[in-house]
Design a protein around this ligand. Structure first.
Ligand SMILES: *[C@@H]1O[C@H](CO)[C@@H](O)[C@H](O)[C@H]1NC(C)=O
Ligand SMILES: *[C@@H]1O[C@H](CO)[C@@H](O)[C@H](O)[C@H]1NC(C)=O
Ligand SMILES: *[C@@H]1O[C@H](CO)[C@@H](O)[C@H](O)[C@H]1NC(C)=O
Ligand SMILES: *[C@@H]1O[C@H](CO)[C@@H](O)[C@H](O)[C@H]1NC(C)=O
Ligand SMILES: *[C@@H]1O[C@H](CO)[C@@H](O)[C@H](O)[C@H]1NC(C)=O
Ligand SMILES: *[C@@H]1O[C@H](CO)[C@@H](O)[C@H](O)[C@H]1NC(C)=O
Ligand SMILES: *[C@@H]1O[C@H](CO)[C@@H](O)[C@H](O)[C@H]1NC(C)=O
Ligand SMILES: *[C@@H]1O[C@H](CO)[C@@H](O)[C@H](O)[C@H]1NC(C)=O
Ligand SMILES: *[C@@H]1O[C@H](CO)[C@@H](O)[C@H](O)[C@H]1NC(C)=O
Ligand SMILES: *[C@@H]1O[C@H](CO)[C@@H](O)[C@H](O)[C@H]1NC(C)=O
Ligand SMILES: *[C@@H]1O[C@H](CO)[C@@H](O)[C@H](O)[C@H]1NC(C)=O
Ligand SMILES: *[C@@H]1O[C@H](CO)[C@@H](O)[C@H](O)[C@H]1NC(C)=O
Length: 414
């Protein structure tokens, strides 16, 4: 590992840079931009290369790839202040530079990787032999990746930007601008490509008779416990594993909610109750419960907004649902996987579900009304127990007979 300590950059403190030798001819670049108090305000670690297509003096085309950044310096990288946005500026080779601009959007608690520009010196005839053009050429790409504040953006997958004659490849990207209190966040915001990759980790059900009979393999979400309190104590309880399935631009993404990194709040009223979850990818996921006919409750509404990597948000609401129906004063339970279909583009798969949005006593669930899928299972349990008992009786009877015969022959031989 080679570390560089560069001279202080005016107005932004010290810039430290490390070049870590990565796998075969690729370098991981790492950069800490610090403020005047030497606290980290911008962190980045990534790998990249650029492929450039250019015309030669003999009217043919050549392609070169730039992947050696061993001469990189970071003069001009700044934390940002009231007037200026944060940016990473990198210089390398003879007259090459690369700039990434960040922006903050206070109202939505997000920041974005706004744009990336790359300038190359086509006059540099060692890099571009026989190039027809001369001078510095620049490509600028608007990126618009939006990230929640105090989250580190991570993308192990390959991100490709293509414009004019330049293809930019980025991978193993970790970046956080607007770092708070000098501590790089441990909360990761994954790019879309990583999310779809990590959520389809093969899950092999133990009962699967053969791999070919297994439907689309996937991992089950972890079960989380959520509750809402009011002045009288706990007023809403929910325990469930949640898996979100949404379709955006024809791409289906399946995300498991990790309860460890999910926050929850809510409210309770006599006729309606709300449970709201949020996390790094989820701006909000609202479950609204209502009372009907003064004696039953049900899930009436789901309102969701998720952050997408392209900078936009995916939002859907449906206030005309009818799921998880049970008598007031009891809880609703469904151990088997169930699907709440919010819209054609958004479904929630629930696992080991139990909810009680009204009349919670002493912070505990009341008796449960089970879903029909579970009661099929419950009907099977006594059957299974009966079969097992019958089998046991037969075994005991046979052993008794054998025992009796043995002891009888024993007496005879004496
Ligand atoms: C940047 O800061 C992080 C966290 O303090 C540290 O682990 C890393 O080694 C630093 N990198 C450089 C290049 O100084
Ligand atoms: C540039 O990066 C891409 C993506 O990782 C890789 O496939 C390609 O081989 C790299 N090119 C060079 C010359 O290193
Ligand atoms: C950094 O860049 C500024 C102008 O962009 C220049 O004035 C300054 O001399 C440079 N510093 C170093 C150390 O190269
Ligand atoms: C571009 O490359 C040429 C040839 O190597 C060099 O003379 C020139 O100074 C470079 N331009 C910049 C801005 O560094
Ligand atoms: C690059 O250009 C310089 C003049 O600008 C020339 O002297 C040199 O031979 C060229 N090198 C190559 C590899 O073409
Ligand atoms: C940063 O420090 C302030 C004041 O000490 C605190 O309120 C805030 O929660 C801290 N933020 C993070 C992300 O640790
Ligand atoms: C708290 O309990 C009391 C007595 O059961 C009830 O009258 C009151 O409305 C409850 N308050 C809330 C906020 O639910
Ligand atoms: C709700 O109140 C109970 C005690 O009544 C407490 O143990 C629990 O942590 C509280 N939950 C929340 C989310 O504040
Ligand atoms: C996700 O939704 C799509 C479209 O509705 C469906 O085809 C697919 O089976 C669903 N996947 C899961 C894991 O629920
Ligand atoms: C959540 O935390 C528990 C205990 O800290 C741990 O056992 C579990 O693996 C974590 N789950 C995930 C998905 O990170
Ligand atoms: C949930 O939202 C609150 C404020 O709306 C925020 O402080 C918190 O960090 C969010 N939780 C997660 C896990 O992103
Ligand atoms: C969904 O939630 C958002 C934000 O809280 C709100 O503006 C919107 O009106 C809600 N939609 C429905 C249908 O409740």
């Amino acid at each position: 590992m080679v570390c560089f300590r560069l001279s202080p950059v005016p107005g932004s403190g010290l810039v430290l840079l490390c070049l870590v030798l990565g796998a075969v001819s690729s370098y991981a670049l790492e950069l800490n931009v610090t403020d005047s108090e030497k606290a980290i305000c911008l962190y980045a670690k990534w790998q990249m290369n650029f492929t450039i297509h250019y015309e030669t003096t003999s009217k043919t085309y050549k392609t070169v790839t730039i992947s050696d950044f061993s001469t990189a310096t970071y003069n001009g990288s700044i934390c940002g202040d009231d007037q200026n946005n944060p940016k990473v500026v990198m210089q390398f080779g003879s007259g090459f530079s690369w700039t990434v601009n960040f922006m903050k959007e206070e109202s939505t608690y997000t920041y974005s990787i706004d744009d990336i520009s790359f300038s190359y010196n086509i006059s540099d005839n060692t890099t571009f032999p026989d190039a027809k053009d001369k001078g510095i050429l620049t490509v600028r790409e608007s990126v618009g990746i939006r990230i929640p504040l105090n989250n580190i953006f991570r993308c192990d997958s390959l991100l490709t930007l293509e414009e004019n004659d330049v293809v930019q490849h980025y991978w193993d990207v970790h970046v956080q601008a607007f770092v708070q209190n000098g501590t790089v966040s441990t909360k990761e915001f994954l790019c879309e490509k990583d999310r779809t990759v990590t959520t389809v980790v093969p899950f092999v059900p133990t009962t699967a008779p053969s791999p070919t009979a297994t439907p689309a393999p996937r991992e089950k979400p972890e079960v989380g416990s959520y509750s809402v309190n009011n002045s009288n104590g706990t007023c809403l309880l929910a325990t469930m594993g949640l898996q979100l399935n949404f379709t955006h631009n024809k791409v289906v993404s399946v995300i498991n909610i990790n309860p460890n990194t999910t926050d929850f709040t809510g409210s309770c009223q006599p006729q309606t109750a709300l449970l709201r979850l949020n996390g790094s990818n989820i701006k909000y996921l609202d479950f609204v419960f209502a009372v009907k006919n003064e004696n039953r409750f049900y899930l009436k509404e789901v309102n969701v907004s998720m952050y997408l990597v392209n900078g936009s948000a995916f939002s859907i609401a449906n206030n005309n649902l009818s799921y998880w129906d049970a008598p007031l004063g009891s809880s609703y339970m469904c151990n088997k996987e169930q699907t709440v279909s919010v819209s054609g583009a958004f479904q929630i798969n629930t696992f080991e579900l139990r909810v009680q949005p009204f009349n919670v006593m002493e912070g505990k669930y009341s008796t449960a009304e089970e879903c029909s899928a579970d009661s099929d299972l419950n009907f099977l349990i006594p059957v299974a127990v009966g079969v097992a008992l019958g089998f046991l009786i037969i075994v005991v009877f046979i052993s008794y007979m054998i025992g009796r015969r043995k002891s009888r022959t024993g007496y005879q031989s004496v």
